[in-house]
Design a binder for this molecule. Structure first.
Ligand SMILES: Nc1ncnc2c1ncn2[C@@H]1O[C@H](COP(=O)(O)OP(=O)(O)OP(=O)(O)O)[C@@H](O)[C@H]1O
Ligand SMILES: [Mg+2]
Length: 212
């Protein structure tokens, strides 16, 4: 039996009166991978922000299954460069909670994800001194080290070389096999081959098209 973890029903969204999404409906199940595609400006990031609860729909509803934890990797992450963080600290942030110190299992999870994303040699480098792909791997590690039922990732592989992209595909497929839902935006056709379901946003001028 499939468990629905996120549901969007007849969602519309406007930025200051400019319509971006119209009548978007989507069901996301546990242990499934959904890839959101569409041209620049078609509303992929907007849809992911709505699904993650960062923005509220102008009309329609977004429902998350009670108790489901969500981790988000936004497309724009330049704000974090203002902090003098090392790669290791950036990844550790993914396990921070206000009520306790990082424990042994947190440190093990940080070490594992850093190894999987080949971040060991970069552990003590400042985030803002990295190449685009290295930086993207560090931010991916920060997101994937989180314990979540739903991972929402906005173009997570855009800066990655072929080998790193493959590692990320393996990591995401593992999360899905372990029962998580993964929703990610991408322009890349190899990313789309991972999907159980593809959602294509056609943009508001042509009406928002959802293909499954
Ligand atoms: N903060 C904002 N204020 C006003 N308009 C915005 C804002 N953010 C995005 N938009 C507009 O909303 C539309 C959808 O933007 P969005 O970022 O969701 O597209 P996208 O599909 O993610 O594009 P890309 O492939 O370039 O990442 C675009 O027309 C964009 O100009
Ligand atoms: Mg976007």
């Amino acid at each position: 039996m499939s468990i629905e973890v996120l549901t969007a029903e007849h969602v519309a969204f406007r930025y200051a009166g400019t319509p971006v999404l119209h009548d978007v409906s989507l069901r996301v199940e546990a242990a499934s991978m959904v890839v959101v595609t569409g041209a620049n400006g078609s509303g992929k990031s907007t849809l992911l922000h709505l699904l993650a609860g960062v923005e509220e729909p102008t009309s329609g509803s977004i429902r998350r299954r009670t108790g489901c934890r969500l981790a988000l990797l936004p497309q724009r992450t330049s704000g974090i460069d203002a902090l003098p963080l090392t790669v290791a600290e950036c990844v550790q942030i993914g396990r921070f909670t206000p009520w306790r110190r990082l424990g042994r299992s947190d440190r093990a999870a940080v070490a594992t994800i850093m190894e999987r994303l080949d971040l060991g040699p970069l552990a003590h480098r400042r985030l803002r001194e990295l190449s685009g792909g290295q930086r993207q791997r560090a931010l991916l590690a920060q997101t994937l080290v989180q314990v979540a039922d739903i991972y929402v990732l906005d173009e997570p592989t855009v800066a990655l070389d072929a080998a790193s992209r493959l590692h990320v595909h393996e990591l995401l497929a593992e999360r899905v096999r372990a029962g998580a839902a993964v929703i990610f935006a991408s322009h890349d056709t190899t990313d789309a081959t991972l999907a159980d379901r593809t959602v294509r946003l056609a943009g508001i001028t042509g009406g928002t098209l959802l293909a499954t």
